[in-house]
Design a protein. Structure first.
Ligand code: NAD
Length: 485
């Protein structure tokens, strides 16, 4: 159902709002109510090509500015986001489905901080002077923007994840073409309104709303882009890596991080952290707790506490302040969650809570927070990322082999270890094949400036977002030598 007041979302290319050349559009639906929220222009390759040309011009203007001037642009975007904070949070809750008070506002605030951090960091970005072996030579290296940077973002954090790329790209002087997930195009357009209001040079940041397979692929494969940032699934990561082969690339992909409870852990703290990590954003988080690995000694207490946490969640309309978990974002998520639960039960798991759709809601995307005990090691849910609100608990007789079990996973993004023993904390911290290991914190503990990304040899991506690491990703080192003889 739509009304005549349905808003229409457009691209922003070369300093102007515009529809896709094809004139095609699609409808954006709310996952919590099924209502039509907006119509969205649907771009294809030609729109991305136009945006790439515009971004080259935008880059050339930005590159001539000082770091201080670009820093000020970033702060202006943050100021505009502050003015629209309520609209951004409401759009996020309506279109993505996360609870407004506990998750949507914090995501908007993180994104505002992301622009402010980039504004600050870029002012202190230094090069180096390298001593030369040859008399009469001087050598310096400086960091320069890569040029035109293509950014492709997912739907699970549709305000903050784009800012992780957009803010450092702008601060460093890259022109940008951004293709967000089509299912959170309204969030993207609302964020773009803040960027436009900040008064950037034409072409500096271009928004193209359209499918990843066409509009996004053009950005990845077109020789006019000089760096690519993708946050998405491992499957998309593999395609993008091939289609953009040879370009500098940052790939932030999936996880299925275990939270490991060692014998001496503060078990209550560990179980609560696991539960938080399982149900935050209804489990649709790359750094979600994917599974708990626990010894028999602590199993009962961990299972009881996680079940109590799950049963206390308020699963409801994301726009209600009391809601603590919203719907899943799409039907694919429901299907995968259901398949993973059925597979685990077939392989002998115990259903401790949930396990089905929640009746009586305005859409069929609300899933009951689920707890599975005694999950077998070969269950799909232990092996593969679920991206849904399920807590699988895998039990081991003792601690021997826990490190090896954690490292046998194909993902290596974010992991937790609960222990009070310093030696064990180091043993696991250094030994886990994971980009991030949180000792005595949830898997999804992270701050904007902390390096974050997948471990080598796993399917979780390459490169590091966060703080200085990200500025380094979107810039390149230029070496200049001088002969002064
Ligand atoms: P997805 O891979 O389906 O889509 C991600 C983006 O890629 C979307 O914008 C999509 O339109 C685009 N895309 C799809 N095919 C493409 C192609 N051939 N060429 C170019 N672009 C293409 O992922 P999703 O469902 O939107 O997001 C969920 C996934 O993202 C999960 O696996 C999750 O773990 C991962 N993720 C990772 C991080 C991280 O920081 N590592 C953060 C959030 C989400």
């Amino acid at each position: 159902m739509s009304t005549s007041n349905t808003p229409h979302m457009q691209n922003f290319i070369d300093g102007a709002w515009c529809d896709a050349r094809s004139g095609k559009s699609v409808k954006a639906k709310s996952p919590s109510t099924n209502l039509i929220l907006a119509t969205v222009t649907s771009s294809d390759r030609v729109d991305s090509q136009n945006a790439i040309v515009a971004a080259q011009k935008g880059h050339e203007i930005l590159a001539k500015m000082t770091n201080w001037e670009r820093s000020s642009l970033c702060n202006r975007v943050a100021d505009e986001m502050v003015k629209r904070r309520d609209l951004l949070a409401q759009t996020l809750a309506e279109e993505q489905g996360k609870p407004i008070a506990s998750e949507a506002y914090p995501e908007v605030d993180a994104a505002i901080a992301g622009f402010r951090n980039a504004a600050e960091m870029v002012k202190w970005m230094e090069g180096s002077v390298i001593p030369a072996e040859t008399p009469g030579k001087r050598v310096i290296s400086i960091r320069q923007p890569r040029g035109v940077y293509g950014i492709i973002t997912p739907w699970n954090f549709p305000i903050n994840i784009p800012v992780e790329y957009l803010a450092p790209c702008l601060a460093a002087g890259n022109g940008v073409v951004w293709v967000p997930s089509p299912s959170t195009a309204i969030c993207a357009a609302r964020l773009m309104e803040c960027i436009v209001a900040a008064g950037l040079p034409d072409g500096a940041i271009n928004l193209v709303l359209g499918p990843g397979q066409s509009a996004g692929d053009e950005v990845v494969s077109n020789p006019g882009t000089h760096g690519i940032g993708l946050t998405g699934s491992p499957q998309t990561g593999k395609i993008v890596a091939q289609r953009g082969a040879g370009k500098p690339m940052l790939l932030e992909l999936g996880g299925n991080g275990p939270l490991i409870v060692l014998d001496d852990a503060d078990v209550a703290k560990a179980a609560d952290a696991a539960a938080f990590g399982f149900y935050f954003n209804a489990g649709q988080v790359c750094a979600a707790t994917g599974r708990v690995l626990v010894t028999r000694k602590n199993y009962d207490e961990v299972a009881e506490r996680i079940t109590a946490y799950a049963n206390n969640l308020v699963v409801n309309d994301p726009l209600a302040n009391s809601t603590t978990m919203g719907p899943l974002h799409n039907a694919g998520g429901i299907l995968k969650t259901t398949q993973h639960i059925e597979d685990a039960l077939t392989k002998g798991a115990d259903l401790l809570s949930g396990g089905k759709l929640l009746a009586g809601q305005k859409s069929d995307l609300f899933f009951a927070p689920t707890v599975l005990g005694n999950v077998s090691e070969d269950a799909l849910i232990n092996i593969d990322e679920t991206f849904g609100p399920v807590a699988p608990i895998v039990v081991y007789e003792d601690e021997a082999g826990l490190l090896q079990a954690a490292n046998s996973a194909s993902q290596g993004l974010a992991t937790s270890v609960y222990t009070q023993n310093l030696a064990k904390a180091f043993q696991f911290g250094e030994g886990l094949q994971s980009g991030l290991v949180n000792i005595n914190s949830p898997t999804c503990y992270w701050e904007l400036h902390i390096p974050f990304g997948g471990a080598a040899g796993k399917d979780s991506g390459v490169g590091r977002i966060g703080g200085i690491s990200m500025l380094n990703e979107v810039t390149q080192v230029k070496t200049i030598t001088f002969d002064i003889t």
